[in-house]
Design a protein around this ligand. Structure first.
Ligand code: ADP
Ligand code: MG
Ligand code: ZN
Length: 495
């Protein structure tokens, strides 16, 4: 029997609002334990929650961004359960009127376009954090995180492979960053994911009992945990013993396996009821329209635009867009490049040549950004070299004033010394040699010194030609214009 995996995700995104969800406490992470707390988030009797308007706006914006329908009359509910990190004994969440429902996201997965449906998105508060002492005898509580705003996004069980689930999470992270609502760093717990997985005979559309896997703190961990769980479930099915009930497993990163934790609660165990201290949240048509207009360009739109406007390949567009800063830098370099071309050769000539040259220029710039700017040289706020300087350097490459190895060297100096490319070309003596006489001389010397290879070229061996080009480049210390070298060699060898 052929089996297929069925995967659905429950994702929590920590919003980076200034204050917490229902009080005015500071919402930044990494503050000393129990310093960002107040009577409301520590659940003192008689306090009242006041919803954070920014968090609500963001929840609706994210809902719109993931294509959800909006409940214009939404409300909060109490989800009751006991745990020592939850001082109120309930969590304020949303039950039957989440902000958004019935959405979908379309994205590239391994070169194909896939659409995954979103079941719902709601807003809730986080619990505090328990810290267990290493001797295992004491547990301490830090309530800084209690009451911080979380968005919960629940997908339909539409993923069929761990790679699809991972791509979805990466896209979601990217969207949160483009929307500016969360850094969505899995390693820092800003984005957390529970992955639900089950198997079924291929072709069946029923859902079978599932495993909910928790506690994965990287995209890789999600992928590994799902792969592990699919293998484990496959073993059970093949032994004729598929799980009869759903269960919860934790992912053990070190052991590389999932471990059963407990039997799952049902929604009815939480005794949800409407939060009596918060009135329903009404979103007028006008406000909805405002939030829609306020949506920034999202990754999918930017990928599209980059392909159309800059004539980039889908893969290059996706790589650039997967890094918001880099994609913005790319646009800046392109526009500086064009400005520089206009300054050098006039506005009209540039306007005429731009359309035909654009794809080539953009490819040159994209390649440089994707292959030559190493991640280590970047800071959180920027790229190692100002966009106008890089544009000038790439202009010189494009016009063949310098060749690529020389440009790489200049770039390294730009990065370290903050000097401009023109100054460095001179200082380093790296202007490309296009002087026909210099090249002629070098070509003649190389031909004289390599009679055997010259014979090979005459017999049609293409690789031999490359060898000769290399020799001329070497003789000119890498500065000769390779195209002119090719031409000169061909002329002499009658190619
Ligand atoms: P629960 O009540 O156990 O939390 P939900 O119905 O709320 O289950 O679904 C939680 C998540 O699990 C959703 O993302 C959903 O798509 C997914 N899911 C539900 N049933 C299955 C199943 N049988 N196999 C895989 N994923 C599932
Ligand atoms: Mg659930
Ligand atoms: Zn507080």
């Amino acid at each position: 029997m052929e089996l297929e995996a069925v995967i659905g995700l429950e994702v929590h995104v920590q919003l980076k609002t200034k204050s917490k969800m229902f009080c005015r406490c500071d919402n930044r992470d990494d503050q000393p334990p129990n310093t960002a707390i107040c009577p409301i988030c520590t659940a003192q009797p008689g306090t009242l929650p006041l919803p954070n308007q920014q968090a609500i706006n963001w929840a609706i914006m994210v809902a719109l961004a993931i294509g959800c329908k909006i409940n214009q009359e939404s409300k909060f509910d109490r989800k009751n359960y006991f745990y020592p990190d939850l001082p109120k004994g309930y969590q304020i969440s949303q039950y039957d009127k989440p902000f958004g429902y019935a959405g979908s996201l379309t994205m590239p997965v391994d070169g194909q376009t896939k659409t995954f449906r979103i079941h719902r998105i709601h807003l809730e508060e986080d619990a505090g954090k328990l810290l267990h002492t290493t001797d295992g005898r004491h547990s301490l509580i830090d309530l800084n995180r209690a009451g911080t705003p979380l968005l919960e996004i629940v997908t339909e069980p539409d993923f069929r492979t761990p790679a699809e689930a991972k791509s979805f999470l990466q896209e979601l992270k990217l969207m949160m960053r483009y929307l500016g609502v969360s850094d969505a760093d899995m390693e820092k717990g800003h984005l957390r994911c529970d992955a639900n997985v089950s198997l079924r005979p291929k072709g069946d559309d029923k859902l079978y009992p599932k495993t909910e896997v928790k506690n994965m703190n990287s995209f890789r961990a999600v992928e590994r945990a799902l792969a592990y769980e699919i293998e484990r479930l496959t073993g059970l099915w093949e032994d004729g013993q598929p799980p009869k009930t759903s269960s919860t497993h934790g992912w053990d990163e070190v052991a590389g396996k999932t471990v059963e934790q407990r039997i799952k609660e049902e929604a009815s165990d939480y005794r949800y009821f409407p939060e009596p201290d918060i009135p329903p949240v009404v979103t007028t048509d006008e406000k909805l329209a405002q939030l829609q207009v306020a949506l920034p360009e999202l990754p999918a739109q930017r990928r599209d635009r980059f392909q159309r406007l800059y004539q980039l390949s889908a893969a290059d567009a996706a790589s650039l867009v997967s890094d918001k800063l880099l994609s913005e830098y790319f646009e800046e370099v392109v526009s500086e490049f064009r400005a520089y071309a206009e300054a050098e050769q006039g506005v009209e000539l540039t306007a005429r040549s731009w359309e035909s040259d654009k794809a080539k220029v953009c490819k040159l710039i994209a390649n440089w950004l994707l292959n030559r700017i190493s991640v280590e040289h970047r800071t959180a706020h920027g790229l190692p070299v100002p966009a106008p300087d890089l544009a000038r350097l790439l202009w010189m490459v494009y016009r063949q004033y310098v060749n690529l190895p020389a440009a790489t060297e200049i770039y390294e100096h730009m990065r370290l010394t903050k000097k401009g490319p023109h100054q460095l070309v001179k200082e380093l003596g790296l202007e490309q040699v296009s002087d026909a006489r210099v090249i002629e001389t070098a070509v003649k010397d190389v031909i004289a010194a390599n009679t055997k290879v010259v014979a090979d070229v005459k017999n049609g061996k293409a690789a031999a030609m490359q060898f000769l080009v290399g020799q001329v480049m070497k003789a000119t210390k890498g500065k000769a214009n390779p195209q002119l070298v090719q031409q000169a060699l061909k002329k002499h060898l009658g190619g």
